[in-house]
Write a protein that binds this ligand. Structure first.
Ligand code: CO8
Length: 257
């Protein structure tokens, strides 16, 4: 698939997805959602890729939200369908990817943009980042998972304050809330993501994927995450990577995964 709204590159085990509509502050229109879907499906299948870094192009925005011009005239039914399709095609796909996706938030991450970052496995931000869920100021609520993922990340009280005030917070406040893990300069943002990716890539890809599945099950209704952990833990024992990891430790050498 050719991409018009994103770029997809890979180097040294890392997949780089960059949302590339800087004139519209990388707002998520229908075409961008479809391209993100195709890109993440391809990254999931690509065994050379062990970590993904997701960012926005230009200096101003990660993603300034869903593209308001596309849904301003929608009916309730169309609005609901748009939210469901986007959640299933992109946000759930990213959250359930078998390799860590790091959101490198380089500017505005608003509405669907912050929701996109929250569907990633963790987030880092530049000092220029500004984050918020301003949907209620438009007469809607977050529709790409924000009401569900934000309370999990920062707690219900803080989430409801952020959502109901439509406030924008700084990178430092986001770090204090636990919404982002690290804050750095704009120049150091991608190098920092790469440094973290390099640490992930020293480890067993199979175990990393199993850890993502187990952690994700901690917050699924009707699913016992402890059972998932036990099952995934047991399954690891049947892998070559487990043999390599434990053998390397006993032989006092680095494992080769
Ligand atoms: N949608 C469409 N276009 C946008 C968006 C957006 N979310 N954000 C920015 N743009 C466009 C502007 O319209 C403008 O285009 P043009 O040059 O053609 O007029 C261009 O990007 C540059 O933007 P500004 O001139 O506004 O730049 P400023 O630096 O003055 O302001 C802001 C930057 C503060 C980020 C401002 O652009 C803004 O407030 N944007 C909207 C932020 C917002 O409300 N986001 C939430 C959108 S709703 C949402 O995300 C719902 C998610 C769930 C949806 C589920 C189903 C769809």
């Amino acid at each position: 698939m050719n991409f018009d709204n994103i770029t997809l590159e890979k180097a040294n085990g890392i997949g780089y997805v960059t949302i590339n509509r800087p004139k519209k502050l990388n707002a998520l229109n229908k075409a961008t959602i479809e391209e993100l879907h195709a890109a993440f499906l391809a990254l999931e299948e690509d065994n050379e890729v062990r970590v993904v870094i997701l960012t926005g192009s230009g200096e101003k925005a990660f993603v300034a939200g869903a593209d308001i011009s596309e849904f301003a005239h929608f009916s309730p039914d169309q609005g609901g369908k748009l939210a469901r399709k986007g959640q299933e095609m992109v946000f759930d796909l990213i959250e359930n990817l078998s390799k860590p996706v790091i959101a490198a938030i380089n500017g505005y991450a608003l509405g669907g943009g912050l929701e996109l970052a929250m569907s990633c496995h963790f987030r880092i931000a530049s000092t220029e980042a500004k984050m918020g869920l301003p949907e209620v100021s438009l007469g809607v609520i977050p529709g790409y998972g924000g009401t569900q993922r934000l309370p999990l990340l920062i707690g219900k009280g803080r989430a409801l304050e952020l959502i109901t005030t439509a406030a924008m917070i700084s990178a430092d406040d986001a770090k204090a809330y636990g919404l982002v893990n690290h804050v750095t300069t704009p120049e150091e943002l991608i190098p920092l993501a790469e440094k973290i990716a390099a640490k992930v890539m020293r480890n067993s890809p199979n175990a990393v994927a199993a850890a993502i599945r187990a952690v994700n099950d901690a917050s699924k209704t009707g699913v016992n995450g402890f059972d998932t952990e036990i099952k995934e833990f047991g399954n690891c024992f049947g892998t070559d990577e487990f043999i390599e990891g434990t053998t390397a430790f006993l032989e006092k050498r680095k494992p080769n995964f």
